[in-house]
Each structure stands twice: as C-alpha cells, then as structure tokens.
Design a protein around this ligand. Structure first.
Ligand code: GTP
Length: 615
C-alpha cells in the first residue's frame, strides 16, 4: 500500500501545477498551507544542503558562494524495492528521468534562474524534485533559502528580509514541522534557525533541532549540553550530524561512504557513543519519516472538511462569475441570444406583475390621465366672454338665425384641441416607465453582469425600439383626438335640441325678458351644451387613449423589444460578437484562478478518498 506521505506528495505536486504554493493575496484558501510538511531552515553554511544530501544519500544540490537556494525545493523521497535503479524527476519536466545526479544539480540551478533571473533574486514558486531510490525513506522535505544577513553584488538590499519572510511563511503554518539546522561550532544562542523556530513555535511542539559539524568543534569540547537538552530544551531530542567536510566534497567522497563514516564517528565517539543509535542522518531520516506519517494521519481528518468547504465556496464564486465563454462565433451568438432571452423574460415579468414596475403604467391611465383632463382650462375657454367672442367671430357679418352652428363647431374644436396635451403626456409617461423597466431588467439579469458592452448595446437597442413605439403611439393618440374633432356626435345635439324646445315651452308663461338677457342666456346655454359634449368626449378619450398606448407601446415592447437587435446580431461576424462579450480582464483572471483551485481541491478529494478506501 502506498504511504500517506506519497499521498501528500501527489497533492503537493498538484498544488504547484495548479498555482497553489501558499501565501498570495487572492483570498483563496490554500491547500498547500494545510498539508503537513517538513521545512529545512538554517543560516548560511550551517550545513543544510549537506544534511539533505546525506538523507538522500546522493550528491545533487547546487553549491557555491552566496545564496544558492533561491527557490523552495520540495524534495520528495520515495523508497523503491531493494536493487532497483535510482532516478530523479522534476515536476516541470514530466517524463524525463534523471539517473545522473550531477544533471539534477544543473537542472535545479537552471530552473531557479528561469524564474528568478540570473540576478540572484528569490522566488516563492517551488521546484519539485522526486527521488526514487531503495536508499531513502518515504519523506518530503522542503529546502528553503539559507537565512542570511548580507546581500551580495546584484541582489536587492532587502534580500535578507525577503528570505526571512519567505522562510517564515513556511514555518509559521501550524502544519509545518521545522527542521532547524545549527552548526555545533557556533554558539547555539546565535543560531538563526533556532531564533526563528522559537518565534513561530514557542512551545517547540513541531521543531527538531539538528546540530551539524560536531566533528569541527574545538578539541576538548563537545555539544552534549545542547544535545542532551541542557542549554536549550526542546520537545524532541536534538539530533547530531557529521556531514562531509569541504575536503571530502572536493575529493568526491561517496555519500554512502560518508554515511558509513558518520555511523562510525558516533559509535566510536567517547562523547556521543551512548547516544549513537539516536544520532546521524540515517536516524534523522527514519525518525522524520515516521513522524511525518503520523502527523499526516492525525491532520487528514481536518483537511477533508477544509477541502469540501473550499469546493463549495469555489463553486459558488464560479457561479457568480459565470462560466467561460466559448470561442466560436456560433457559440458566442448562442450565448448572447440566451442572455437576451433572460433579459426579455425579466422585462415581461415586470410588465405582467411578477416583478414590480408594471403597475405604474396602470397608475398613468387611472390617475394621471383623468387628472390631467380634469385640469384642462375648459372654464376659461367656455367663459361667457369667450363664448360670445367665438360665436360672433364665427357668425361673421351675418348673425346666425336659429342656432350658431359655426360657433358651436369652433368652440368644440378649440376645446378638443386641449386634449392633445394629456394624450401626449400619457404616451411620454408610459415611455419613461418602459425605459426604466429596461434599465432595471438589465441590472437584474445575472447573466449579463459580466458583459458591460453587451449591456450597453442591449440598452441602446431596447431604447431605440421604445422610441419607435413612442412615435407610433403618439400618432395614434393624437389621431384619436383629431378624430373626435373631425366628426361630432350629432345625436348629442339632437337630444339637446329636443330638451331645449320642451324647456322653452314650459317657460313661455314666465316673466318677459330683455333682448340682452335673452342673448346672455343663449350664450350660457351654448357654453353648457359644449361643456356637456366635451365631458362626453373626455370620458371616451380617457378610455381610448390607454387602449392606443397599450397597443402601440406596451404590447409592442412585450412582443418586439429586441427584434431589431436580433436581426443585427445574426449579421455580425465572430469578432464583433466577441467585442460584445469582452469581460473585465480582472474577472477573467479570477475565474481562471478559481477554476484551477477547484480542480486542485477535487483532485485532492479524489486522492484522499482513494487512499481511505485502500487504507
Ligand atoms: N566537517 C564538516 N563539514 C561540514 C559539515 N556540515 C557541513 N559542512 C561543510 O560546511 C560547508 C557548508 O555546508 P553546506 O551543506 O553547503 O551548508 P548550507 O547551509 O547548505 O550552505 P548554504 O546553502 O550556502 O547556505 C561545506 O563546505 C560543507 O562541507 C559537517 O558536519 N562536518
């Protein structure tokens, strides 16, 4: 069965491939940070690289002066069957097996430079190296740049701080075991590794003290005070190491020989002999492997809810951001039309009552239009003075004989003309409501939110259709008013005449009146008759204007708001369609990031599920 370390290895590789290497300010939760790991921390020349090589049993890390490790190196060791060949693989060079470890060293150097440039910058993007060998234990270690104090030529002044903050970002997370390397030939109180570990892990629950260069201590001195926890106590016992010296490296002393020499050193040491079975790089590797396995076993149950929660959050965010747009013209057109239909549906819901707004149109017909008609200045138009003037002007040089037919007509036409105002106002008011509903519906169409250009174009197309509907509606309502003026309802006046004759018969016995009195009475009657007629017309128009407006504007808006837009769309080429779908670049980037992170979490969930089943 594959070890849990192998499982975490695979998830870590997926993390790097999908852009999650912790930190970052993209507000996405990091799986990388949640995974247990072992970070190797130490000051420059403390012997970090030597410890790692000793654990691997191979000479493969870049060496040189200055800061050699400038990107985190995630070193995944996988134990293979006894007798099998050793080889190494990089995540960035899939399918290429390295059996020559000096080429591994070169590739680490080259790959570091690929991201950081040759000017010795540092980068948090890790390099993943897997080593398959029968001489290793299953273990993952992360080699970090050595803590330094000074910048070398060409490096930014802030390099020391930059390195410290990168190292800190690894060791600060609670799931990270810290392998703190300190050289024995320096005062432990000045160890950079111990200083940092103390800060981020004050209880020492996850720090392992490793003391290198025991063989380089002054004759007659030893590091027992440290190793036995008297000068600096930690939860886990210190592990002493003797690596290859510079002279051994120069002589190309084989790593296996070095391991043997280290074993012999402890076994024969008068100072450390009693601790020999708990010293040396082989012991360190085995102990770390066991511990990492048990930490992973303990932490996995907490990681599963994190993964599930993150999947939910990412799916929610992706739904809000919308799925990516297809590239071919047909699919683009299909998408655009789909969004238009979603908009039209919402627009109709506003009119039909599913959403608010449509009732304002009824308000125009029920309240605004009758109110405006009531306020028309008929009183002034039909005042005695005005009636007299208009009747006499209409009579011309020959006063009327029985009834002032022309006077009536002029008075009525003048009154009817006043209805144009309320009719026009109704059309304009409904137009404003429809325009507002278009704006609202666009804002409420979730699918359109990502596409500002499409929104603008859709609004322009809808508004230009509304403009056309308004023109049609205006013509129709004004025609209704003009029709009233073109042909008067004869019946109304015939009935009046009959009533008038009966009235004069009834009053024939009343007191005699003067000529002026008679004339004035006649003008009043004319005013009252015209007012009666106008009232009748007002009632009619209060009913027919809404019908015309609904027919020409509201119904048309429901039926054909985007007809012209659709015709235009079908003639557009792919490039133009693409312009309508030009999303905000920040949004596109965010979608990509979320999609990659989602893929990572799903992969991790599958990996863990499979391991649980197998386990
Ligand atoms: N004699 C002896 N020399 C050691 C030991 N450990 C490391 N060295 C030497 O110390 C020097 C620095 O060792 P490295 O392993 O390169 O140290 P490092 O911490 O990786 O150094 P940087 O990557 O430059 O920060 C090398 O010349 C090693 O040979 C040790 O236990 N004994």
């Amino acid at each position: 069965m594959e070890s849990l370390i192998g499982l975490v290895n695979r998830i870590q590789r997926a993390c790097t491939a999908l852009g999650d290497y912790g930190g970052g300010n993209n507000a996405l939760s990091s799986l990388w940070e949640a995974l247990p790991s072992v970070a190797v921390v130490g000051g420059q020349s403390s012997g970090k690289s030597s410890v790692l090589e000793s654990i691997v049993g191979r000479d493969f890390l870049p060496r040189g002066s200055g800061i050699v490790t400038r990107r985190p190196l995630v070193l995944q060791l996988l134990k293979t069957e006894h007798g099998t060949d050793e080889y190494a693989e990089f995540l960035h060079l899939t399918n290429k097996r390295f059996t020559n470890f000096s080429l591994v060293r070169k590739e680490i150097q080259d790959e570091t430079d690929r991201i950081t440039g040759k000017n010795k910058q540092i980068s948090p993007v890790p390099i993943h190296l897997s080593i398959f060998s029968p001489n290793v234990v299953d273990l993952t270690l992360i080699d970090l740049p050595g803590l330094t104090k000074v910048a070398v030529e060409g490096q930014p002044e802030t390099i020391a701080e930059d390195i410290e903050s990168m190292v800190r970002s690894y060791v600060a997370k609670p799931n990270c075991l810290i392998l703190a390397i300190s050289p024995a030939n320096q005062d432990i109180a000045t160890s950079d590794a111990i200083k940092l570990a103390k800060e981020v892990d004050p209880t020492g629950d996850r720090t392992f003290g490793v003391l290198t260069k025991l063989d380089l201590m002054d004759k007659g001195t030893n590091a027992l005070d440290v190793i036995e926890g008297r000068s600096y106590r930690m939860q886990y016992p210190w592990v002493g190491i003797v690596n290859r010296s510079q002279a051994d490296i120069n002589k190309n002393v084989d790593m296996m020989v070095a391991r043997r020499k280290e074993r012999e050193y402890f076994e024969t040491s008068p100072d450390y002999g009693h601790l020999a079975n708990k010293m040396g790089s082989e012991y360190l590797a085995k102990m770390l492997s066991k511990l990492l396995e048990s930490v992973i076993r303990a932490r996995i149950p907490n990681i599963i809810p994190l993964i599930n929660r993150s999947i939910e959050e990412l799916e929610r965010e992706l739904d809000q951001l919308g799925r990516p747009i297809a590239i071919d013209a047909g699919a683009k057109l299909y998408n655009i039309l789909g969004m238009c239909r979603a908009f039209e549906k919402i627009f109709k819901e506003h009119l039909d009552g599913g959403r608010p707004g449509g009732a304002r149109i009824y308000g125009i017909f029920d309240y605004q239009l009758p109110g405006a008609i009531r306020k028309l200045p008929f009183d002034r138009h039909l005042s005695l003075e005005s009636v007299k003037r208009i009747v006499s002007q209409s009579d011309g040089y020959q006063p009327h004989l029985i009834a002032p037919e022309m006077g009536y007509r002029r008075l009525i036409e003048g009154s009817l003309h006043l209805f144009r105002g309320p009719a026009e106002a109704s059309v304009n008011a409904v137009h404003s409501v429809l325009k507002e509903l278009v704006r609202k519906s666009i804002a409420e169409t979730e699918e359109l939110k990502r596409f500002p250009s499409l929104q603008t174009e859709l609004a322009a197309a809808a508004n230009s259709s509304l403009e056309k509907f308004r023109e049609e509606s205006m013509k129709s309502v004004l025609r209704l008013v003009d029709m009233e003026a073109s042909y008067l309802t004869v019946d109304f006046f015939r009935k009046l005449h009959v009533m008038d004759t009966q009235g004069s018969q009834n009053t024939s016995l009343s007191l005699p009146t003067t000529v002026e009195q008679n004339g004035e009475k006649q003008f009043r009657t004319i005013a009252s008759n015209v007012a009666g007629y106008i009232k009748m017309v007002a009632d009619t128009l209060a009913n027919t204007i809404p019908k015309a407006v609904v027919h020409c504007q509201v119904r048309q808006a429901k039926l054909a708001l985007l007809n012209y837009f659709y015709t235009q769309m079908s003639q557009r080429q792919g490039k133009h369609l693409g312009q309508l779908l030009d999303e905000n670049p920040a949004l596109m980037e965010r979608r990509l990031l979320c999609a990659k992170r989602l893929e990572l979490y799903k992969k991790a969930r599958d990996e863990i599920d499979a391991a649980v089943w197998l386990g």
